[in-house]
Design a protein around this ligand. Structure first.
Ligand SMILES: *Cc1c(COP(=O)(O)O)cnc(C)c1O
Length: 419
């Protein structure tokens, strides 16, 4: 191991790392700076980024347009409280998101993390019915999904992701089922939802891709069936676009491919272009209308300290400029084609179970994942940042990645897997 900097040595015994058994963990890499699709480590080594910092850095790092917008905002006002005051970046962002999203998804609640935006969507769904005099207390959720790490969102994750084994006794009891993947399953799901409608406030799903659950894809039909079943049963539909939003699956939002309008949508990750914690929960007019009343008890009782964060919203507005200015659908289409062509040889490796690509998501799934942990340093040795998890090696590169850099990522995977 090359020398590590002083701040690493003196701080590492005080930090608590995510999803990490601190006793047995291999040392984390000290990263010093970023630029474009490259991460520079403290010792000067450079890595090509295959992950986009948990799928957030869609435009690559340090994009001058985003950096300039943030510098201007920081000089004027990094942030001011959102209670009793509003700021220009937040209201502009709300207006733009409402215009981008389909249908009457018009009311935007801006929070700081994805999990919190999902909590807000869930709270909106519960109180939507409370305000109408109906006491519905449950959510329908699906195997394979991930919606966050807070206690409320854990209770709508896949039992394994949400660690229901460990926390099951304290988590809210919701209704877990499988995503309908055939017309027959869609009918069964619709019946199941109708039978439980009196207790269910909302169905919650990720659209087209279950991300943290292992990059498992489903079709537009599944989303349409969910919308139809919710309409027939009179239950709200929450679609969590935190991973899929902003072109990751090819279209600006995954719901555009299915042509559905959910009752609430959650966004985060690429919303700020990967530079600031920021999330949004966007609700349809009818949801908002159920809170709009003379009765103060019917108001939405939620307000994170940093909500409507001016600096984060300025970054998000700059990120939206880029999405509007350039043809990201075309960029992702090119990435998709290249991923398909260049990951295909992995399919011939004995231990490979499936190779699949959707938009700017490339996945190689293994039969036996017991050796995956050991492979992680192999990627760093080859100058790429690839982080296998569960039983998959995957790529979600920045959407601006060039052909040669993407080839370096796919070839590193082929090389490490022995394709
Ligand atoms: C990452 C993610 C979340 C949680 O967002 P955080 O900002 O980590 O709280 C929720 N839903 C989906 C689909 C995600 O990918």
């Amino acid at each position: 191991m090359p020398e590590t900097p002083d701040w690493f040595e003196s701080g590492i015994s005080h930090i608590w790392l995510p999803y990490t058994q601190m006793k047995t963990a291999v040392p984390s890499l000290p990263v010093k700076s970023t630029d474009g699709v490259r991460l520079t480590l403290a010792d000067g080594r450079q890595l090509i980024d295959g992950i986009s910092s948990w799928w957030a850095a869609a435009h690559g790092y340090n994009h001058p347009h985003i950096i300039e917008a943030m510098k201007a905002q920081i000089d004027a006002m990094p942030h001011a409280m959102f209670g009793g005051m509003v700021n220009e970046p937040a209201l502009t962002l709300a207006r733009r998101l409402a215009a981008m999203l389909p249908g009457d998804l018009n009311r935007v609640f801006i929070a700081e993390s994805g999990s919190v935006s999902v909590e807000v969507a869930m709270k909106m769904a519960l109180q939507y019915y409370f305000n109408r005099g109906e006491k519905r207390t449950k959510f329908v959720h699906f195997r394979g999904t991930y919606h966050g790490d807070t206690l409320g969102t854990m209770a709508v994750c896949d039992p394994e992701e949400g660690m229901h084994g460990l926390f099951g006794d304290v988590l809210a009891k919701n209704l877990l089922t499988d995503l309908p993947r055939t017309a027959e399953q869609a009918e069964q799901f619709a019946d199941f939802l109708k039978a439980n409608a009196a207790d269910v406030a909302a169905v919650i799903t990720e659209p087209l891709v279950q991300g943290a659950g292992g990059m498992v894809f489903h079709t537009n039909d599944t989303l349409r069936w969910l919308r139809e079943a919710c309409d027939a049963a009179g239950v709200l539909l929450i679609v969590d676009e935190i991973f899929t939003g902003f072109y990751r699956t090819g279209s600006r939002f995954a719901i555009e491919q299915a042509g559905i309008v959910p009752d609430m949508v959650t966004l985060s990750k690429a919303l700020s272009g990967g530079v600031s914690p920021l999330s949004a929960c966007i609700a349809r007019d009818e949801i908002f209308a159920a809170f709009y009343d003379d009765d103060p008890m019917k108001a939405l009782m939620h307000g994170p300290t940093y909500m409507g964060h001016a600096l984060g919203c300025a970054a998000a507005n700059a990120s939206l400029d880029l999405f509007e200015r350039e043809d990201y659908a075309a960029k992702v289409h090119a990435i998709e084609g290249q991923l398909m062509a260049e990951l295909a040889p992995c399919g011939f490796v004995e231990n490979v179970k499936s190779v699949r690509v959707k938009g700017a998501i490339g996945v190689v799934q293994l039969h036996d994942a017991s050796g995956l942990e050991k492979l992680k340093p192999e990627f760093v040795k080859r100058g790429v940042w690839v982080r296998p998890f569960r039983d998959i090696v995957y790529l979600t590169p920045p959407l601006v990645i060039g052909e040669d850099d993407l080839s370096a990522l796919t070839h590193a995977i082929r090389d490490v897997l022995g394709a």
